[in-house]
Write a protein that binds this ligand. Structure first.
Ligand code: GTP
Ligand code: MG
Length: 242
């Protein structure tokens, strides 16, 4: 008798590339469900929520709103603009299939925009510090950073503010955005420098026009929002890789 392979046995094993593909598809499909939830000029106007909240923070013009639009595959969900200071309110976007909210993305106004009057800057820094320290359901922070400027003093202050919460389990990702403005070797260099500065957080390169880093960031956000694990929420062949 010849030793022919059993076709059923081989088809039962999903190749790693296919698993990876379905993890991306699941994460991006989930992010595409994003819809506007609410906007608030100050912290105390935000509704209390009990689903994980993932906040996008960073200097003005770093690309926070653009990143949210790219991840959610929606052109104008968040306001993006060439003019710094475009986002002036705290904007919440709900995520989840069949209208069931299982997480929230927050687009925050940027800091460090020189043209903003000093009093407004101080007020905003207080609102943000307050948000980062007291927002109960805050589960993760995405710090957008333009790698041409590196981590600025204000970014460092923000890291200091969130450090105690990171030690308590708050997730934390630094996105080095506008990677298209750098050469490959510049990208590699800033990536390794920022990893040293990240203090336990993840660091990823991202470019909106080159669509670089989208799947990687999408999978991480999905995994953060579904800590119970892919296996219980999804069929095994759809589960994103950890
Ligand atoms: N080249 C390049 N430009 C980008 C990228 N991401 C964003 N931009 C541009 O950067 C500018 C600012 O983008 P926004 O998304 O509005 O920045 P923001 O961080 O939300 O700014 P504020 O709301 O002012 O805090 C816009 O002109 C975007 O088109 C990127 O990956 N590459
Ligand atoms: Mg913005």
């Amino acid at each position: 008798m010849t030793n022919t392979p059993n076709p059923r046995a081989t088809s039962a094993v999903t190749p790693p590339a296919a698993l990876e593909k379905s993890a991306e598809t699941v994460a991006l499909g989930w992010l595409h469900t994003a819809r506007f939830l609410t906007t608030a000029p100050q912290l105390h106007f935000l509704p209390e929520l009990d689903v994980p909240e993932i906040a996008f923070v960073g200097r003005s013009n770093a690309g926070k709103s653009t990143c949210i639009n790219i991840l959610t595959q929606q052109k104008q969900l968040a306001f993006a603009s060439k003019k710094p200071g475009r986002t002036q309110h705290i904007n919440l976007f709900a995520l989840g299939k069949q209208g069931q909210t299982d997480a929230v993305l927050t687009d925050l106004p940027g800091y460090g925009y020189a043209a903003v009057p000093k009093q407004d800057k101080i007020r905003w820094q207080q609102v943000m510090a307050n948000y980062l320290v007291t927002r109960k359901n805050l589960h993760a922070i995405v710090l957008m950073c333009d790698p041409r400027h590196g981590m600025t003093e204000l970014d460092e202050i923000l890291l200091d503010v969130i450090r105690p919460r990171v030690q308590e389990g708050l997730k934390f990702l630094i996105i080095l955005t506008k990677a298209d403005k750098l050469t490959r070797s510049e990208q590699a260099k800033i990536l390794s420098i920022t990893k040293l500065q990240a203090g336990g957080g993840e660091v990823m390169l991202f470019s909106a026009p080159k669509r670089q880093g989208i799947e990687e960031v999408a999978k991480l956000l999905w995994n953060w929002a579904h800590p119970e694990g892919a296996s219980s929420a999804l069929p095994a062949d759809k589960a994103p890789a950890a």
